[in-house]
Design a protein around this ligand. Structure first.
Ligand SMILES: *Cc1c(COP(=O)(O)O)cnc(C)c1O
Length: 357
């Protein structure tokens, strides 16, 4: 089969999703499956549903439409606060959206009334990571303003940590989210379906906490796909960390010097490269590059080293391995590499149904 391609082991993803659903479910925490890193791939979405996850979330309408068009039956959540010029589609194609701006919420209300439907909201609260969120001191006013409007309904409160600021979702942050949720519920007579404490970074808190408080939901992407938590990127026991493999192919393999010769100026991307002198080495060129994948997020599955990259090539030191033209070379991917590969139209997606494939 041709390369570059990504081998996607559906059975391993399904296993991870099922394990995580059971683990979090053991303390009453539900799981929303996040599909943005796989661009709403319907085969993967289907695997999440078969693992018992019934709510799917994505940051992009296009991905949600892709899943809907493929016949995926789920509740769909828009993870990124709506882009104002897309409000109509948000109401049309999603059931719930995460929100932090009153002006956007008002527009959602108008559009929902026009479309004769009710759009559900999870209000995002800022707890220090400083990406999206209503400041806690403004939460009550926002809730009051939302409740005065037609066509929209608050179904949850959520927060997002460990993304922009790398802030840890710990006992204190989760306790605080629980307490402001209780305040809002009491004051406005609400019982919120979703108290969404975060993402794959909440694993360590979940494992160690003795009191889950009011938190009853997490939105999980990376831990399902890559089998790790995301504060320290440690594997989660019992999960597969190798559900995805990037498969590439050698297009040139020769013994050459390890240091370029001639006068050194800028490379293809405007940097002045530096190379370590290792004498004569076997340099292999792989037919894959930055137009296919964020190369810095790749780890070779064999004992070779990445020396450099350009738009269309990765150059490796093959070391003791006698790589020949036409040989396949496999890589593990981190989150950024996976995102880029799934987004690149140049990388073929190949699905494997058994965990041993
Ligand atoms: C991407 C995203 C998630 C999922 O994060 P993972 O680290 O992949 O689990 C959850 N919530 C929001 C708001 C997101 O944007």
């Amino acid at each position: 089969m041709t390369t570059p391609r990504i081998d996607i082991n559906i059975a391993k993803i399904a296993h991870n999703a099922k394990e995580l659903k059971e683990l979090y479910g053991s303390k009453g925490v539900g799981v929303i499956g996040v599909t943005k890193v796989v661009c709403g791939d319907p085969n993967i979405a289907d695997a999440l549903l078969k693992s018992g996850i019934s709510v799917l979330a994505d940051s992009r309408i296009a991905n949600i439409r892709r899943m809907r068009d493929a016949g995926i039956q789920a509740q769909f959540v828009l993870l990124r606060t709506p882009i104002p010029s897309q409000i109509e589609d948000v109401v049309r194609y999603t059931d719930i959206s995460l929100n932090s701006e009153l002006s956007v919420i008002k527009a959602l209300s108008k559009s929902a009334v026009k479309q004769d439907t009710t759009h559900k909201l999870i209000l995002m609260v800022e707890l220090g990571d400083l990406r999206e969120g209503i400041m806690p001191s403004d939460l009550e006013d926002t809730v009051r303003a939302v409740m005065e409007r037609d066509g929209i309904e608050i179904v949850g409160i959520g927060t997002n940590l460990a993304c922009l600021g790398g802030i840890k979702p710990d006992e204190e942050k989760m306790g605080y989210l629980s307490s402001i949720t209780r305040d809002v519920e009491e004051r406005f007579g609400l019982t919120l379906e979703f108290v969404s404490g975060g993402n794959s970074a909440n694993y360590n808190w979940f494992i160690s906490t003795e009191n889950i408080g009011r938190i009853n939901n997490l939105r999980l992407g990376e831990s399902i796909y890559l089998g790790c938590e995301t504060l320290y990127r440690k594997p989660i026991p019992g999960l597969f960390t190798d559900a995805f493999a990037l498969v590439t192919e050698v297009i040139e393999s020769k013994i050459k010097p390890s240091v370029p010769y001639g006068e050194v100026c800028q490379d293809a991307f405007g940097n002045v490269p530096e190379f370590q002198d290792r004498g004569q080495i076997r340099r292999a060129i792989l037919g894959v590059g930055l137009q296919d994948v964020l190369v810095s997020g790749l780890t070779p599955r064999s004992d070779i080293d990445i020396l450099g990259t350009s738009s269309d090539h990765i150059i490796v030191n093959a070391k003791q391995i006698d790589l020949k033209v036409g040989n396949e070379v496999e890589f593990d991917l981190n989150y950024g590499a996976l995102l880029s590969v799934m987004t690149s139209p140049y990388v073929i997606k190949k699905y494997q149904e058994k965990s041993s494939e």
